[in-house]
Design a binder for this molecule. Structure first.
Ligand code: UDP
Length: 310
C-alpha cells in the first residue's frame, strides 16, 4: 500500500484529499496543527490506513516509515487567518515548505506543492496561463500569503533542479464545497451563511471584480492526477467559469431561495480585480477539466451549510 503524507490534512482541501487518497488505496498520514482547521473534518475517516499527527510544519517533520507522496497543503489560506498571523503565514510558506521538501528528499517521495492563483496577484493578463509571472504587492496585506507561496514555488524548483527531488506544483484557483468554515471570510461560505440566516449579503466594492469557482471534488481529482503523474512545472487547476462577485451573490440568492438583500461594503486593500484560470496545460497533461458548474456545486454544498446552522 503506498503511503502519502498530507500537511494541512485537517483543513478544507486537505480533508477532501485525505478522503480521496484513502479511497484510492493509499495509507495516509495527516500532519496538521489545527490552527485554522479542525478534527471534525476528519471524523468520518475511521480507517486503519489513516493516522493523524498534531504537528506544526514550521518545526522539523519526523516520520519513521517509507513515504511515497508528500502533499504540502499546510498554509493560512484565508485572509482572516493570514491577516491575524502574518508572520506565521510567512514561516509556514518558508520553514514549513523546507521541512516538507526535506521529508520528500529523505524518503525519495514525490512532492506536491499546493500553490495558488494568488501568485498572479492582481493580474494584468487575463485569463492567467502558467507562463504569466504575476503582479503582486510584496508589502501589502496579502503579501504575507502571496510571497510565501511564491517563495515556496522557488524553493520547490530549487530542490528539484539542484537536489533531484521529484516535485510538482499546482496553482489552485478559488475552490469551494462542504467543510469550508462558515466564518472563514471567503465569499461563498459567507454569502451562503448570510442567505440561510436571511441577513444581507455583503458584497465588497461594487461587486464588479471577478473570480472563477471550482467545486472541491473536481479540484481534488485534478490534484491527484498531477500527483501520480510526472510533471514538474506549475499547473493551474480551477474552473474557468468566471463570475463577478455581484453575479455570485445573485446566484447564491437564487440557489438558496433567500429573500436577503445585497449591501455594498468597502473593497479590501489589493483585492484582485479579475481572476480566471487558463487550464490548457491541465487539459493536455492530465486530461482534466471541471465537470460541476457553480449552481450545481452550490446545491451540493448547501445541505452541509444548513446543518451548521440547524
Ligand atoms: N468578497 C465579498 N464579500 C465577502 C467576502 C468576499 O464581496 O463577504 C469578495 C472579495 O472582496 C473578493 C471576492 O469576493 O473580491 C473573493 O473573495 P474570497 O475571500 O472568497 O477569495 P479571494 O479574494 O482570495 O479570491
Amino acid at each position: 500500500m503506498p503511503t502519502a503524507v498530507v500537511t494541512g490534512g485537517a483543513g478544507f482541501l486537505g480533508s477532501h484529499l485525505c478522503e480521496h487518497l484513502l479511497q484510492q488505496g493509499h495509507r495516509v498520514i495527516c500532519v496538521d496543527n489545527l490552527e485554522s482547521s479542525s478534527l471534525a473534518n476528519l471524523e468520518h475517516l475511521r480507517d486503519d490506513a489513516f493516522t493523524f499527527m498534531n504537528h506544526d510544519v514550521i518545526e522539523h517533520i519526523e516520520i519513521d516509515e517509507p513515504v511515497d507522496h508528500v502533499f504540502h497543503l499546510a498554509a493560512l489560506a484565508s485572509p482572516i487567518d493570514y491577516l491575524r498571523q502574518p508572520l506565521h503565514s510567512l514561516k509556514t510558506g518558508s520553514y514549513g515548505t523546507h521541512h516538507a521538501l526535506g521529508l520528500a528528499k529523505w524518503k525519495r517521495a514525490r512532492f506536491l506543492l499546493a500553490s495558488t492563483s494568488e501568485i498572479y496577484g492582481d493580474p494584468q493578463v487575463h485569463p492567467q496561463p502558467e507562463t504569466y509571472w504575476g503582479h503582486v504587492n510584496p508589502i501589502g496585506p496579502r503579501g504575507v500569503y502571496d510571497e510565501a507561496k511564491r517563495y515556496a514555488e522557488a524553493l520547490t524548483m530549487a530542490y528539484h533542479n539542484q537536489q533531484g527531488v521529484d516535485t510538482a506544483i499546482v496553482r489552485i484557483f478559488n475552490t469551494y464545497g462542504p467543510r469550508m468554515r462558515a466564518h472563514d471570510g471567503r465569499a461563498i461560505p459567507t454569502f451562503v451563511r448570510q442567505a440561510i440566516e436571511n441577513k444581507p449579503l455583503t458584497v465588497f466594492g461594487d461587486g464588479s471584480q471577478s473570480r472563477s469557482f471550482c467545486y472541491v471534488d473536481d479540484l481534488i481529482r485534478g490534484l491527484y492526477l498531477l500527483a501520480v503523474g510526472d510533471e514538474h512545472l506549475p499547473v493551474n487547476l480551477g474552473n474557468p467559469g468566471e463570475y463577478t462577485i455581484l453575479e455570485l451573490a445573485e446566484t447564491v440568492l437564487r440557489v438558496t431561495d433567500s429573500k436577503s438583500e445585497i449591501v455594498f461594503e468597502a473593497l479590501p486593500v489589493d483585492d484582485p480585480q479579475v481572476r480566471q484560470p487558463d487550464i490548457t496545460r491541465a487539459k493536455q497533461l492530465l486530461g482534466w477539466e471541471p465537470e460541476i458548474d457553480l449552481e450545481e456545486g452550490l446545491r451540493r454544498m448547501l445541505p452541509t451549510m444548513e446543518r451548521v446552522h440547524a
